[in-house]
Design a protein. Sequence first.
Length: 117
Amino acid sequence: VQLQASGGGLVQAGGSLRLSCAASGIMFSISVVSWYRQAPGKQRQLVAAITSDGSTMYADSVKGRFTISRDNGKNMVYLQMNSLKPEDTAVYYCKAERWTLPKYDYWGQGTLVTVSS
């Protein structure tokens, strides 16, 4: 199983980025897929998640600015990030998990997002 996160980069405050998470070996359509982020010196925090039935949740700090979505045909999950702020600077990770059989919990490698002021 492999999760591959991509799409990070350097952007000015107010700009946008779209992160992508691709999976091999598991199906996102039956998983809960989440985006986390970790800023330097801080704990990893949950940013957004999408369940197998399409329900979504967001951290208060990103509500109204970030959108998580899933393309089952491509087995991809995206995080559209708009109105970026310097405090959004972090390494972003995708995670796929399933709480019923077959249970699993996989992390992708991070992708760095840097927002300049």
